[in-house]
Design a protein around this ligand. Structure first.
Ligand SMILES: [Fe+2]
Ligand SMILES: [Fe+2]
Length: 310
């Protein structure tokens, strides 16, 4: 069987986009960022209005929660780049275009809500945050597989779920019920985004199983969080992993494995030689991830024991 071109894939998947767009619109709940922000806690800052500058002591949320909130917000902030990526690849017409715009509008709400919350509660240094946003957005973002439809669908299926887990666990670590409620609300959106993309790739597995398997294998092998270009990301992601907000175990067991299970990748039939090779690569990668996750957990436990014995 000859491989389907990118254009053919987009055309063939258009009816699936339409069905899943209808489904999404039926289940997505309208919500308002302003309702999740404790505005009465706010105070005017220094600068033109002559209020009080931010100080470390303004907020009692744990350091690692701050770090995770900043990473999550900067990730949301880069939305113009993500929009560019998917609008260029999926197009702005028909059901694909409707989805691209709708998704962008929903994601825009996330950045608005989280920034309002952080500013009003003085949870993070607003000057450092704004500088980090400028740096991060100025660098832009490009998906490594940005000219391949199935690779991009596979990437966002994992990425939306990863983002969901990261938001939800960040909320938990803040110890602030208001922040937890906000991030749970955002996480619910990310979950619906994941379902949309996962359903599309499930249809691609029927349409072009070997191409879909290749896309998944490539994406699983070089997966990076969308915020990986953030200044100091490596250091920040270690702190985030040590706190159990997002670590390799969660990546393997709560993101990669469940999505692969939904696609039933190990029972897909009709694969050509490369499709079979891709599936073997996925199996090997899952084993590698399992070992790496266990190593990390052992190190984290040893570190916790050391800290406890001090
Ligand atoms: Fe988001
Ligand atoms: Fe999302």
């Amino acid at each position: 069987m000859t491989a389907l071109s990118q254009t053919a894939l987009l055309l063939e998947l258009a009816p699936v986009v339409e069905r899943n767009l209808d489904r999404h619109l039926a289940v997505a709940k309208e919500w308002f960022p302003h309702e999740y922000v404790p505005w009465s806690e706010g105070r005017t800052f220094d600068g033109p209005l002559g209020g009080e500058a931010w100080a470390e002591s303004d907020s009692t949320i744990p350091d690692v929660a701050r770090t995770a909130l900043i990473v999550n917000l900067l990730t949301e902030d880069n939305l113009p780049s993500y929009h560019h990526e998917i609008a260029t690849l999926f197009g702005r017409d028909g059901a694909w275009g409707t989805w691209v715009h709708r998704w962008t509008a929903e994601e825009g709400r996330h950045g608005t809500a989280i920034r309002d919350y952080l500013t009003v509660t003085r949870a993070v240094d607003p000057v450092a945050l704004e500088r980090a946003r400028m740096t991060h957005m100025s660098a832009g973002y490009a998906n490594v597989h940005d000219d391949e439809v199935l690779h991009s669908l596979a990437y966002v299926s994992f990425q939306e779920l990863a983002t969901r887990i990261s938001h939800r666990n960040t909320g938990r670590v803040t110890g602030d019920p208001a922040c937890e409620a906000l991030l749970a609300r955002v996480a619910a959106d990310e979950n619906l985004h994941m379902v949309f993309y996962r359903n599309l790739l499930a249809a691609a597995f029927e349409l072009a199983p070997s191409q879909a398997m290749r896309a998944v294998a490539d994406v699983v092998a070089d997966f990076q969080m969308p915020g990986n270009g953030i200044d100091g990301f490596a250091r920040k992601s270690v702190a985030i992993a040590l706190a159990g907000i997002y670590d390799l175990r969660q990546h393997r067991d709560e993101v990669v494995a469940p999505v692969l299970r939904q696609w039933d990748v190990f029972n897909v039939t009709g694969l050509d030689a490369d499709g079979e090779a891709a599936r073997d690569e996925i199996a090997t990668h899952l084993d590698d991830l399992d070992r790496a996750a266990s190593r990390f957990e052992e190190k984290r436990d040893a570190r916790a024991a050391r800290l406890a014995s001090r």
